[in-house]
Design a binder for this molecule. Structure first.
Ligand code: AMP
Ligand code: GLY
Length: 415
């Protein structure tokens, strides 16, 4: 079978790696892929949002299945167009992807179906939003309604910060159309629960936890994620069943009932608060970097699982009961501005996923993004997995990369 993976980050590298282990898959293509993916797949120079050329390529090459990674591709309707062209595609339609692309859509759905989440109000008017903020306590949470590349959430500690965020989002239209959700600030450990979803049917994947802050001790600015591990010792079986039965299954059913049937990966960004598990956000795709620590634990055939979801059949999912820890190597300056093109040596392990790399004109592997490499360690314990991850990190030589050293450090804390 010929498979095309849309995207070019660490998540797509992990998907390609998992697909490469399937004995049904003979050829893998990636659009656009990256320097790491190029070791396992043929990279084609098509942007991940270039729907027309993705469809044309899939048709011309006789692709049997397309797997879509990024939210940007889903939100421009790549799955809709592939399906129209008679090509099987794994991922939600543009309409169903609204559960990620509109915070207001997700909040309204949760309110209507009693899915536990932070209390909220939606505003388009700056004065009304400011009035609401003044009447509530700090910190508060202000979320831009649409996709904002991870930059649309602000947690103001005081009125001044809140005012600035509201001006940015509602008056200066920093991200596009002016609409915000203001919600109650929740506290507790966050975790990621990804499930394969086929309409009302929900098939859970193993859980993972991302580390969003840039520096050790959860200090510094929010990032796309600086490391992750799986599974999660602080999630009890009771927590798991609650999250599955009170959040993920009701959400999949609600999407069908509301006329937005979902197929693909539904990602619950959840928080274990003192008042129970609550939804922070939904994503309509595999998480990045969670995918890079979850898929290496999958022992069943991922091609079969993707195809089962597309065809409305039951996927078989089996797991290695090891731990995985992944550490991101990011460009100095990330998530702010950073330079590209620093030469990377020693990134030879098969347990490295490339997030932002390329081969330059001299044939060197160089940095080409904020998050650059993701090093995965496996072990019987988290400590062993961590040691193995750091061993890979330490083999890499590059003068413009930094990483966190405390991924998974709080895993055994009781909450
Ligand atoms: P989101 O894009 O909605 O996942 O928000 C980004 C980050 O902001 C989350 O990962 C949380 O760390 C934080 N956050 C979002 N909503 C809340 C909330 N209601 N209470 C506390 N923190 C939040
Ligand atoms: N790791 C968070 C995300 O994929 O949105």
């Amino acid at each position: 079978m010929k498979v095309l993976v849309v995207g070019g980050g660490g998540r797509e590298h992990a998907i390609v790696h998992a697909l490469s282990k399937s004995n049904k898959v003979t050829e893998i293509y990636a659009a656009p892929g990256n320097a790491g993916i190029a070791k396992l797949a043929v990279c084609v120079n098509i942007k991940d949002t270039d729907v027309e050329n993705i469809v044309a390529f899939a048709k011309d090459e006789g692709i049997d299945l397309v797997v879509v990674g990024p939210e940007a591709s889903l939100s421009v309707g790549v799955v809709d167009e592939l399906t129209k062209a008679g090509i099987k595609a794994f991922g939600p339609t543009k309409d169903a992807a609204q559960i990620e692309s509109s915070k207001n859509f997700a909040k309204e759905l949760m309110a209507k179906y009693n899915i536990p989440t932070a209390a909220y109000e939606t505003f388009t008017d700056y004065d009304k939003a400011l009035e609401y903020v003044k009447a509530h306590s700090f910190p508060t949470v202000i979320k831009y309604d649409g996709l904002a590349a991870g930059k649309g959430v602000v947690i103001p500690q005081n009125l001044e910060e809140a005012d600035l965020a509201l001006k940015d989002m509602l008056i200066d239209d920093k991200f596009g159309s002016p609409k915000v959700v203001i919600e109650e600030y929740l506290e507790g450990p966050e975790f990621s629960f990804m499930c394969l979803v086929d309409n009302e049917n929900v098939y859970p994947l193993e859980m993972a936890q991302d580390h969003k802050r840039a520096y050790d001790g959860d200090k510094g600015p929010n990032t796309g994620g600086m490391g992750a591990y799986s599974p999660l010792p602080f999630i009890t079986n009771e927590d798991y069943l609650y999250a599955l039965n009170n959040i993920m299954i009701p959400t999949a059913k609600a999407m069908v009932k509301e006329g937005h049937p979902f197929k693909g990966v539904l990602y619950g960004g959840l928080m274990k608060t003192k008042n129970g598990i609550k939804v922070i956000e939904f994503n309509s795709r595999f998480g990045d970097p969670e995918t890079e620590v979850v898929l290496p634990r999958l022992t069943s055939d991922i091609y079969d699982a993707f195809l089962a979801i597309v065809d409305g059949k039951t996927p078989l999912l089996t797991w290695d009961d090891c731990y995985t820890i992944g550490v991101v190597l990011a460009s100095n300056g990330y998530p702010g501005s950073y330079k590209k093109g620093a030469v990377i040596l020693g990134a030879d392990s098969d347990d490295i996923y490339h997030m932002g790399t390329k081969i330059d004109d001299n044939g060197n592997l160089v940095t080409n993004g904020g998050r650059v490499l993701f090093c995965v360690g496996k072990g019987k314990t988290l400590e062993e997995a961590n040691k193995n991850a750091l061993k890979i990190v330490n083999e890499i030589k590059c003068d413009n990369l930094f990483h966190r050293t405390d991924i998974g450090a709080k895993a055994h804390k009781k909450f």
